[in-house]
Design a protein around this ligand. Sequence first.
Ligand SMILES: [Zn+2]
Length: 401
Amino acid sequence: MIQKTRTYILISFSLIVLLVGFYLFGLIRSANGTNVENNLNTFFPEPFPSSDSSMVTIAFTGDIMGHTPLIEAMYQPVSRTYDYHIVFQHVKEYFKQCDWVVGNLEVTLAGPPYTGYPNFSSPDALLYALIDAGYNTLTTANNHTYDKGKSGLIRTLNMLDSLQMPHTGTYRDGLEHDQQTPFIWESSNGIRIALLNYTYGTNGIKVLKPNVVNMIDTAIMRQDLAKARENYVDFSIVSIHWGDEYQRKENATQQRIAQFAADHGADLIIGSHPHVLQPMKIITPGTDSTKHVPVFYSLGNFISNQRDIYRDGGIIAEVRLVKKAGSTYIYSMRYIPTWVYKKESIPLSFTIIPVSKAEAFPDNFKFSSADSIKLSRFASDTRLLLNNMTELKPEWSNDVN
Ligand SMILES: [Zn+2]
């Protein structure tokens, strides 16, 4: 009898433990973002693409900077050339899986002498490495685009054109601007996407005629978005250089401009310039309460020499679009945190580290304990700020590409 009672107590206890376990497991799943992901899915409530639909995967990165220590680190004394491939060696693998990789080129390719802050001119080798990494469009409307004046703007465009790197945001003259606006990228499976690019300013340097740098001007933005529609694009993206440097929250002007762009037809807004990550928020156009427009207020630094807290990395934002029965919608949005590893030893080097790759293969990255601490602090700060999004953790391979 006593034995039987003991057995009952044991079974009941085990059941309680199991039930509590399931309950806690559910809570943890919610905390990891499952519920939030469901929330996002209510904004984009589309089924898995079927055979009659086409999909495109787009990756956006933040600011591509060129501070003096970075230029010096890329110099190869034996060949007396520059080589930037090491910077992108770990992200290349992921970029190769994307259809369209877009970044903000925040330096000029003005030729020597190569200079860092405050007037950037980087070696052409940077562009070779960007192409090799898998970039297929660069935006150039930013506050450093006119750092080397007219000749710097023109040489940069000449370099991009000669290597067939599509670009948007700056132009040799008004005619070129008109002919190239809106910039349209078309995927191999026929999804047409407009990319419109604007900057708040050019560091106080006056842009001389006939050069054109796209400035944030709501009348022009409205006109460009209308022109994109007239060109039968499926989707319109506004890439915009704005905000307060080093502020981890968007300001009221950014909110107002984002709302304006959404009200006038932008389907997605990608921000740059603050050199730190800012939140991703979803706004609703005043004209269409059923539509949801994601705004990445700032993607942070993709590559730079900035080492202070929050400035030593950024994210790759991945957006997948699906076109079905003539309509195009966001199928998913995810992000990859990327941290800039500056190896301080001689020779100095810089490499962009996808956080999830470093976590998957810790033995491959011989970080000092100070660097490991910086990386994990960056990772947790980033994950906290983007807690309404799903993090993308690709199946990284164990080797360097
Ligand atoms: Zn900037």
